[in-house]
Design a protein around this ligand. Structure first.
Ligand code: FAD
Length: 616
């Protein structure tokens, strides 16, 4: 009885020493939370100060991974007035907490694109569409991504150069990675590979889960070494764009850290509708929707399109630069007939390789409340990490090369997981029947995904405008598995994962691949090649790396949109600088390469306008 008396009176007990101590604790937690997601780390939103016919030297369209780097570099020259226009807002507080990465999809920071239906892919997702998240906030997709930082291998960039893009070979691009980097990982303190002192913090959060070592050991048994830092083939824990337990998105890092520069103006919540191109085919300004106002802003020198692999082709096409027939069919005047939106490439992974494992392999984490306390007080512990998701493996299933054709990603779910598994199933839009089986299995034992990812797909997709309305989402046709060779390579990736489960380090914990009873694949023997081929058409989806829709290439390359200095062919004072310029997709996660493109692209702009960067 006494006890219930205390409870009844508790809400009134805000006096006395115990209440004082308690409120101090709450206050401390609140102020710590404010520190984690403080707007002070970002530049001020100056959209309300923009006026019709304002002039800037450079206008950067999009403040994502590449655009933030571009604006940072150009505004280094205090004589240049630089405007960055970003459709999104400040990133939401959730973006700052690494472990919440999957919850950011389908939320306010995400454009929430979906693919157009196809009979070869995405059939196991709601409405037969794969969901394509893209960041719509300062920092762009770097504010909602997995934070893995991997530069990629030499062959990728050397191929770009061989295809006629001078200056893009690995030796030449390396310095543009290094200049951005600030290696803070204690575990790699002796590394000579990464830069120090750049804007971009890179840290390493080693997951303590024993299954991570088992996965590495099983790969070792199959011939792939465990590495300390990235290399062509093997398994390693990736560096992450995280600083002291908080996400380091490109907007915070490259714009926030230079927010005192008076020549750098950032307008958020502002959607670029089109680029104005005059009679001499020169880009001279942009039309931008700021709330219900429509402003024309002039560029004295150049306009740089950094809207990402979907946004950039959309902006160009709306401005009359794109495939003639497509633009004409929508009533858009054609200024330059180029293959904008074509050459779409993505890394697709298989989301259905889902296995249960004995609890001995996955000890439960500390109490969730303790973990949250640790995070909000000290930005440490499980909430500061992404579990075993920073473990990546690069393999070649054909063993004919020193370069990978498959990457393995991993996600682990503790038994009866109440957060991660439901979130992943929700945001990817896996159909209910399959999601229910995954949830039921996880109630009985821990589970995990091995996610084989195709690195150099042969299939090519395209982006088309839905209409000439700039606020309509474009149509995305990834054409996954259009080339049957892509299915076979993915099948080889799945078989590698299967073999991993049969190696001693994992086998002793009794891993069992779960039969997801995938609708449409019931007639195939579970785990047969034809079963997997069918399953791929159901549960293959994006690992979020669309690129290539404004392809870089010489004029002789009829598919090229920009030249090797990233200038749009046939249009003056207009460049594209972001992931969309990749002629071929890199064999690695695309954020570091996008930021490198931003850095190299901006350096070329500076050279062309007569400003030399001292440090390069
Ligand atoms: C869920 C997810 C996880 C990922 N994980 C990783 C990872 O762990 N490691 C990795 O290397 N890569 C990862 N990636 C991919 C990587 O983040 C992207 O390749 C990279 O951020 C692309 O950079 P970008 O500059 O080309 O485009 P973005 O960063 O997307 O920038 C484009 C910007 O332009 C803005 N914009 C577009 N259109 C307009 C318009 N009309 N007007 C104004 N603004 C506009 C957008 O809002 C956005 O801010 C992930 C991606 C996703 C979605």
């Amino acid at each position: 009885m006494e006890c219930s008396g205390i409870i009844n009176h508790c809400p009134n007990s805000v006096s006395g020493v115990s209440a004082h101590i308690f409120l101090t604790l709450i206050n401390t937690l609140m102020s710590s939370k404010c520190q984690i997601s403080s707007k002070e780390k970002y530049p001020v939103d100056s959209r309300t100060e923009l006026k019709d016919h304002d002039e800037f030297d450079f206008i950067v369209l999009g403040a994502g991974s590449a655009g933030s780097v571009v604006a940072n570099k150009l505004s280094e020259n205090s004589n240049w007035k630089v405007l960055v226009i970003e459709a999104g807002q400040y990133p939401s507080p959730s973006t700052e907490i690494p472990s919440l990465l999957f919850s950011l999809q389908q939320g306010e920071d995400d454009w929430q694109f979906t693919t157009e239906p196809s009979d070869k892919a995405c059939l196991g997702f709601k409405n037969k569409r794969c969901r394509w998240p893209r960041g719509k906030c300062l920092g762009g997709t770097s504010a909602i991504n997995g934070m893995l930082y991997i530069r990629g291998n030499k062959r990728d960039y050397d191929q770009w150069a061989q295809d006629g893009n001078d200056g893009w070979d690995y030796e030449s691009v390396l310095k543009y990675f290094i200049e951005l980097e600030d290696l803070q990982a204690e575990q790699l303190k002796n590394s000579t590979k990464y830069g120090r002192g750049g804007f971009l913090p890179l840290s390493l959060y080693n997951s303590q889960q024993p299954i991570k070592e088992m996965l590495k050991e099983s790969a070792r048994v199959l011939g792939y070494p465990s590495l300390l830092e990235e290399d062509n083939l093997g398994y390693f824990e990736s560096l992450q764009t995280v600083e002291k337990g908080i996400r380091a998105n490109a907007g915070k890092v490259f714009l926030g850290k230079v927010k005192e520069r008076s020549n750098l103006v950032v307008a958020m919540n502002s959607v670029v509708e089109k680029i104005i191109i005059d009679d001499t085919n020169t880009a001279s300004g942009v039309v931008v929707a700021v709330g219900d106002k429509k402003l024309t802003i002039k560029a004295r020198n150049e306009i740089i399109v950094s809207g990402g692999a979907i946004g950039s082709p959309q902006i160009l096409m709306l401005s009359g630069i794109g495939p003639k027939q497509h633009l004409q069919s929508l009533g858009i005047d054609v200024i330059q007939d180029l293959k904008v939106g074509e050459n779409l490439q993505d890394h697709e992974f298989y989301l259905g390789f889902y296995a249960s494992i004995d609890e001995t392999a996955v000890p439960a984490k500390d109490n969730v409340i303790d973990e949250l306390y640790r995070y909000f007080m000290y930005q440490e512990g499980a909430a500061a990490q992404i579990g075993i998701t920073n473990l990546v493996g690069f393999i070649n299933t054909r063993n004919d090369s020193n370069y990978p054709n498959i990457q393995l990603h991993h996600v682990l779910y503790e038994k009866n997981d109440k957060y991660l598994l439901p979130e992943i199933l929700r945001v990817t839009g896996v159909i209910d029947e399959i999601a229910a089986i995954e949830m039921q299995t996880n109630q009985q034992s821990p589970t995990f995904n091995i996610l084989p990812t195709i690195l150099n797909p042969k299939s090519r997709g395209r982006i088309l405008l839905k209409s000439k309305n700039p606020h309509d989402k474009p149509l995305i046709y990834p054409n996954y598995f259009e080339d049957p060779e892509d299915v076979e390579i993915m099948l080889e990736g799945i078989k590698f994962a299967q073999k991993q489960l049969e190696t001693e380090p994992l086998k002793q914990h009794n891993p069992q691949i779960v039969d997801l009873k995938i609708p449409g694949c019931e007639n195939f023997e579970f785990k047969s090649d034809d079963y997997w081929r069918c399953a791929l058409s159901r549960l293959g989806t994006t690992v979020y790396h669309p690129v290539g829709t404004c392809k870089m290439g010489p004029k002789a390359d009829l598919a090229a949109v920009v030249d090797a200095r990233l200038r749009v062919h046939g249009v003056k004072n207009l460049r594209v600088i972001d992931a969309s310029i990749m002629p071929n997709i890199v064999s690695v996660n695309t954020n570091a390469p996008s930021m490198m493109i931003g850095n190299k692209g901006a350096t070329m702009v500076m050279e062309d306008w007569g400003y030399k960067h001292d440090e390069l």
